[in-house]
Ligand binder design. Structure first.
Ligand SMILES: NC(=O)c1ccc[n+]([C@@H]2O[C@H](COP(=O)([O-])OP(=O)(O)OC[C@H]3O[C@@H](n4cnc5c(N)ncnc54)[C@H](OP(=O)(O)O)[C@@H]3O)[C@@H](O)[C@H]2O)c1
Length: 293
């Protein structure tokens, strides 16, 4: 923590993530004020040295930097309403999930009460808050980001300002987060297949990790194809993925698995072939996704 004097910080919302944020600030020596609707959740942080504000107004007035980590933007506005008159001039940072439209509404509300606003996203689990590699990104008032960058970096070493638009973190959150459920369901399907053969899911973790590393390695090339619109030199074609879909169905029958979640992927591949992308890189699916039926 060398290089900056810990500034006072307020954390509103002490669920799993908000508590982890407050914990990181306390560990880094920041005078930390906390508030939560259900007051009892403040107790472990008070034991670590946090000041427990009884009202959201008292908590907001305690620091120049106020970090809110409630479930949604709507919850944040509802909770902050009684503190609206003390927001003027303060830096308000929201770190909840939500849509870009929600972030824009939140920014308008905060701006309407004179707050300087940043919206961010924590791209990791609460246990990773404070680690050097943990990624958080922010959109909104650059001056706020620059003023408090060292403090925000306490939450994760990989801290990025995406730009002045307050909905950018929510936009990237949605764009990047889209892989999570399909990737995990694929892993769970593999685990079910192994369990059906009396093998442990743990036996495939090392191989799955390598598989994800392979996926990581091809993303820059796919992004280049998408950004240039040139899909003509595929490393893996749409047609190849469509042929692979047949294997999935045969395997599912054999293993007695429910692979109904594959059907929309197969339809997407078929639509790409119909649109003339059969011999193109599989990244051409982006074009089909950009034209919803
Ligand atoms: N946990 C994760 O792994 C993770 C990772 C990345 C991002 N996030 C995001 O971080 C945000 C918080 O997640 P979490 O895991 O901390 O959730 P959580 O454990 O369910 O906590 C939710 C928090 O919001 C408060 N809250 C909700 N509605 C409220 C309202 N109307 N008025 C006042 N307080 C209200 C709750 O207060 P009470 O205690 O009084 O109910 C609690 O402090 C979410 O947007 C989540 O998507 C979470």
């Amino acid at each position: 923590m060398s290089g900056h004097r810990p500034v006072p910080v307020t954390v509103l919302g002490l669920g799993s993530m908000g508590s982890a944020l407050a914990d990181a600030f306390l560990r880094a020596g920041h005078p930390t004020t906390v508030w939560n609707r259900t007051a009892s959740k403040a107790a472990p942080l008070v034991a670590q040295g946090a000041v427990h504000a009884r009202t959201v107004g008292e908590a907001t007035a305690a620091s120049g930097l106020v970090i809110a980590c409630l479930t949604t933007y709507e919850d944040t506005v509802a909770a902050l309403e009684p503190a609206a008159d003390v927001l003027e001039g303060r830096a308000l940072v929201t770190l909840n999930s939500g849509s870009p439209a929600g972030a824009r509404r939140m920014a308008a509300w905060a701006g309407g009460h004179g707050a300087r606003f940043l919206d961010g996203a924590v791209k990791n689990v609460p246990a990773a808050v404070g680690a050097e590699t943990t990624l958080l990104y922010y959109g909104g008032d650059r001056a706020v980001f620059e003023e408090y960058e060292a403090t925000l970096r306490v939450l994760g070493g990989d801290t990025v300002h995406l730009g002045a638009d307050p909905d950018l973190a929510a936009l990237y959150e949605m764009a990047v987060g889209g892989t999570l459920l399909p990737a995990l369901v694929g892993f769970f399907q593999g685990a079910a297949a192994l369990r059906a053969r009396g093998l442990d899911a743990a036996s495939m973790v090392r191989f799955s990790v390598k598989w994800f590393e392979m996926i990581n390695s091809v993303l820059p090339r796919f992004a280049e194809e998408i950004d240039s619109g040139d899909y003509a030199e595929p490393a893996s074609s749409v047609g190849m993925f469509l042929a692979g879909a047949d294997h999935d169905e045969e395997f599912a029958r054999e293993a007695g698995l429910d692979v109904g979640w594959h059907r929309p992927f197969r339809e997407l591949l078929e639509r790409a072939v119909e649109a003339g992308h059969g011999e193109h890189s599989v990244s051409a699916l982006t074009e089909v996704l950009a034209e919803p039926r």
